[in-house]
Design a protein around this ligand. Structure first.
Ligand code: SAH
Ligand code: SF4
Ligand code: F3S
Length: 475
């Protein structure tokens, strides 16, 4: 029998008891006041945080709170933070600062801060000293302890700082409040062991631990039966899935995908993120022969310079990266490939940067997410010499965007006149007069939709292609 690192049932049972206690407390308050109790969850950061927030909201709902999207209405606000770049921390701190006034107007409101930013000791201190109206803080390893923390806060009244768990484990069976009825996140593993030298994630998310395959498959099956159409499997490096489990033969990510693909239904499976050092041919073969796995691959390259990749501790070079991309395109010709790029990593010379531009031109990504390097406290890169000045970082960033935007447009143009299947999300956020949806490759399409299309696949003829969006009409 393979052994996975799962939190013992008795500990989960304990939290369920706290959920019941808080629920009873809230029910009493509702009876006394005649008004409902509301929870608002605010999320910063990546999809992993989005998925965690759905668990926070799920626990809040089980504790008798209605989920709302209006902080002023809330009886409890949870801010789920990110620490990946300085900007993310600044935004979270600024929002927490704004909640001071809400709390002053409604002193019984609880404010909790959780997530990656406050898993760092120095940020716990920031909250402790500069945000005295925050009621409690909990890091990523103790998310499942939220019910206990709320109960203790309600009973004891004093500020609480939940200690990090000594051992990183997987908490199974937490309730989930899903924001969408047709797109879903499914975490398949937590943590990261890679320690890329620029990255804070391994420090704030702990070591890799995989969920049991049977739990993941049961969750996906349930989602498909409920009508979910687009399911994204999440992990910091999904290609390491299963490698932390002890005993027995390795059941890896490709095995998991191939078992999930057997579930009958009309749906797409996606996954992120895949580390190029571990993206195997076996995995690509499974996608090529699958029924449900979207022909889309997010493969963060980070840099196109072998010297910088080495300094980043990425364990692949340009040749290996190109080899993987070439194999993908050979086996899955219609695949959409996207990437993450960092500009201005310490010591990045003009020549290194030109190496990145050269790789963009060689690979021709459909889209990239580009970031200016942001030093993160206590990571090796932050202590490296030759930090790049902000003006050079900014200038390189703009050059990179210019090259990539031209490529994205060239990649989109051939789609004009094609008939494409799109999952409709509803009115576009930028222009409510048109509907927005996403293709199998995750590209945005704007079209003449209506309410009955939401959450359904629609067939569109692409009439115009631009850099960031396609335009289509129903056929
Ligand atoms: N686990 C994923 C990504 C996690 S963070 C992976 O390995 O690809 C998402 C992206 O943020 C990274 O791919 C990287 O491009 C960017 N990033 C991480 N740390 C950063 C930093 N210190 N400065 C700028 N960008 C960073
Ligand atoms: Fe960060 Fe690297 Fe882990 Fe991704 S693989 S989370 S970039 S350390
Ligand atoms: Fe941010 Fe944590 Fe994700 S640092 S990017 S929310 S894993």
């Amino acid at each position: 029998m393979k052994e996975y690192r799962i939190l013992p049932d008795c500990e989960m049972q304990e939290q369920k008891e706290y959920i019941e206690k808080v629920r009873a407390y809230n029910e009493n308050l509702v009876l006394e006041s005649g008004s409902k109790r509301y929870a608002f969850v605010q999320t910063f950061g990546c999809q992993q945080n989005e998925a965690d927030s759905e668990k926070i909201a799920g626990m809040c709902q089980a504790m008798g709170y209605e989920i709302c999207h209006e902080p002023a209405l809330a009886d409890i606000i949870m801010v789920n933070t990110c620490a990946v770049r300085e900007h993310a921390e600044k935004r979270a701190l600024s929002i927490i600062g704004q909640y001071k006034h809400l709390k002053a107007a409604k002193p019984d409101m609880l404010i909790g801060v959780c997530g990656c930013m406050v898993t760092q000791e120095h940020r716990k201190d920031t909250i402790k000293h500069s945000y005295p109206y925050v009621d409690f803080v909990l890091g990523t390893s103790s998310l499942h302890r939220l019910p206990q923390l709320i109960f203790d806060k309600m009973k004891k009244g004093k500020r609480l700082y939940c200690p990090e768990e000594k051992e990183y484990l997987v908490a199974e069976g937490l309730p989930i409040y899903r924001e969408s009825s047709y797109r879903a996140w499914v975490s398949i593993m937590y943590g990261c062991n890679n320690f890329c030298t620029y990255c804070i994630v391994p420090y704030v998310r702990g070591r890799e631990r995989s969920r049991r395959p049977e739990d993941i498959i049961a969750e996906v099956r349930d989602l498909v039966e409920k009508g979910y159409k687009d399911i994204t499997l999440l992990g910091q490096n999904v290609n390491s899935y299963g490698k932390d489990a002890k005993g027995g033969e390795i059941y890896d990510f490709a095995d998991l995908l191939s078992d999930i693909d057997k579930i009958e239904g009309d749906y797409y499976i996606r996954f992120m993120t895949s580390h190029p050092k571990d993206a195997s041919k076996k995995l690509i073969d499974v996608i090529a022969s699958s029924k449900h796995i979207a022909h889309q691959f997010h493969l963060p390259m980070q840099s196109g310079s072998d010297k910088v990749l080495k300094e980043m501790n990425r364990h692949y070079d340009r040749a290996k990266y190109l080899d993987t991309v070439d194999y993908m395109r050979e086996k899955i010709p219609d695949i959409t490939i996207s990437s993450d790029i960092i500009v201005g990593f310490p010591g990045e010379s003009e020549e290194d940067f030109c190496g990145t531009i050269e790789m963009l031109e060689r690979v021709r990504f459909d889209m990239t997410y580009s970031f200016i390097y942001s030093p993160r406290k206590d990571t090796p890169a932050a202590a490296m010499e030759c930090q790049i000045p902000d003006d050079i970082k900014g200038e390189r960033f703009n050059r990179l965007l210019e090259v990539q935007n031209a490529i994205a447009l060239e990649k989109n143009k051939p789609l004009e006149g094609k008939i494409i299947k799109v999952l409709c999300d509803g009115p576009s956020k930028n222009d409510e007069s048109v509907y927005s949806g996403r293709t199998e490759g995750n590209k945005i399409v704007l079209f003449d939709g209506n309410e009955s299309d939401i959450g359904k696949f629609v067939s569109l003829k692409i009439t115009r292609a631009e850099t960031f969006a396609l335009y289509g009409e129903k056929i």
